[in-house]
Design a protein around this ligand. Structure first.
Ligand code: ADP
Length: 483
């Protein structure tokens, strides 16, 4: 049995390139959003180090893809076991750099690890195809091969899981990776890499660079050795990266912003709908791309739902995520607080009213009161833009056709939710909603076993499930002739 690494051993101060822990010359601080304290300091790397990391990944790819899938699977499985064994320290590092309550951080470690476990299994099931040929003297064969060096850019809201669900399928497929975590939250990524090293994943297969996003992103998207970019983050940066990738025609996967509609029909179980709204809207203080962003409630249950939701929201405990009683941590930074405030004041100015919260929390800093707004209309900013904060805006609707039209009137198409007891409506509405994912009578839809991803301007590509392997595989066809 392996001795576990301690919190201090997993708390990084260096980057990981070609199996070496690189100190760098300049550094930047990682700040705890709950306290303002410095958690650690990591290297401020740029284009030169990124280029070295890409070259290392390219070199390591030769032997990594040549390994039997079963061997890659075994290494991933060992990595999974180590992540699970280190859940407690990983969760503490995550909460310190990102702010979410410790219970949610533990949940994220388990969720991230589930992708490593899943793709350890999928690694062995990359099947090809034999296609019947229309001529007797030929045979057609289809082979799946790793795309090669993958660049990964990840956000701060799930610092562990968003990276795990890119690294795991990439490695399973036989790709090698250079990853750049968000500057707010590099420590969870570096800790994951440390455990991958401990698991015996060879040098150069995983590389983590921290530093200036523009410079690192510029090298990743222009370097011809990089064959694919996978990105989770804002729609604006996603569009920029797609453009940058065009010059070298890289494959691209994009998991961008959402603006999830959450619909409660008259025939719904209202208590279940309230629970679903709490899960979907207030988890991670509303900072997820699948958070309910527009809550549409039908006339007949509007009052009852609003009242019950406000009561549930009043029970949330705001504070430092390290405190076990806390159920809502701080927002990530001052910019996030300002956005939430601007959405609320715009709504109030246009006639919405407060059913709960509405202001920065008495704790100060980046803490914000969990908020419920009544009387929200489609014209308000909060119904059009992703709020990414703990604010539930309640809109009223008349009938099914009306609410589907409103739900689909968005450029985003990631997740949608609805609550109803009518089976025919379940199919009708699920088919009509223009999103990549639909939750029916639930506010929690994520799992390693399902394809996570969006349509429209929420992006393309899928993470998780057997579909998740496709993002890291090229299809090669060969033709045998003269038979
Ligand atoms: P948010 O606004 O939620 O922080 P971003 O899209 O800015 O979302 O961040 C997601 C990831 O994209 C982070 O890792 C961030 O550092 C990175 N990023 C931001 N700007 C760029 C850029 N110009 N090039 C490459 N990566 C970038």
């Amino acid at each position: 049995s392996t001795t576990l690494l301690t919190h201090d051993e997993l708390l990084a101060t260096r980057c990981y390139i070609d199996g070496q822990w690189i100190a760098g010359i300049q550094h930047f601080d990682v700040i705890n959003p709950a306290t303002g304290a410095v958690v650690s300091s990591v290297p401020l790397l740029g284009a030169t180090e990124t280029r070295l990391a890409i070259a290392a990944a390219h070199k390591a790819g030769v032997s990594w893809k040549a390994l039997p899938a079963k061997e890659r699977s075994r290494l991933l499985r060992r990595w999974f076991d180590l992540v699970v064994a280190h859940t407690e320290v990983l969760a503490k590092i995550l909460t310190a750099e990102m702010g979410k309550p410790l219970a949610e951080a533990r949940g994220e470690i388990a969720y991230g690890a589930s992708y490593i476990e899943w793709f350890a299994e999928e690694a062995k099931r990359v099947y090809g195809d034999v296609i019947p040929a229309p001529q007797t003297d030929k045979r057609f064969v289809v082979l799946k091969q790793p795309v090669g060096v993958v660049a990964a850019i990840t956000p701060w809201n799930f610092p562990n899981a968003m990276l795990a669900r890119k690294l795991a399928p990439a490695l399973a497929a036989g790709c090698t990776v250079v990853a750049k975590p968000a500057e707010q939250t590099p420590l969870s990524a570096l800790a994951l890499a440390r455990l991958a090293e401990l698991a015996g994943i060879p040098r150069g297969v995983i590389n983590i660079v921290t530093g200036d996003p523009k410079t690192i992103g510029g090298e990743m998207t222009s370097n011809p050795l990089v064959r694919k970019l996978t990105f989770t983050g804002s729609t604006g940066i996603g569009k920029l990266l797609i453009k940058q990738c065009a010059d070298t025609v890289k494959r691209v996967s994009m998991e961008l912003g959402g603006n999830a509609p959450f619909i409660v029909f008259d025939d719904a179980n209202i208590d279940a709908a309230v629970r679903g709204a709490m899960d979907s809207k207030f988890r991670n203080a509303g900072q997820t791309c699948v958070c309910a962003n527009r809550i549409y409630v039908q006339d007949g249950v509007y009052e009852a739902f609003a009242e019950k939701l406000a009561a549930a929201v009043a029970r949330l405990q705001v504070g430092n995520g390290m405190d076990p009683a806390v159920t809502q941590g701080p927002l990530i930074d001052a910019k996030a607080v300002a956005k939430v405030q601007s959405h609320i004041s715009d709504a109030l100015a246009q006639g919405a009213t407060l059913a709960a919260g509405g202001a920065p929390h008495a704790l100060g800093g980046f803490f914000f009161e969990p908020t419920v707004l009544r009387g929200v209309t489609p014209a308000m900013l909060i119904a059009r833009e992703e709020t990414f904060g703990p604010v539930a805006p309640l809109l009223r609707f008349r009938d099914e056709a009306d609410v589907i039209a409103q739900a689909n009137a968005s450029e985003a198409g990631l997740a949608a939710y609805f609550f109803t007891a009518d089976t025919a409506r379940v199919w009708r509405v699920a088919e009509a909603l223009e999103t990549g994912m639909v939750g029916i009578n639930t506010g929690l839809i994520s799992s390693e076993a399902v394809p996570f991803g969006g349509i429209k301007q929420s992006g393309y590509g899928r993470e998780g499930s057997h579909y998740g392997m496709d993002d890291y595989l090229d299809v090669k066809y060969f033709c045998l002739g003269d038979l």
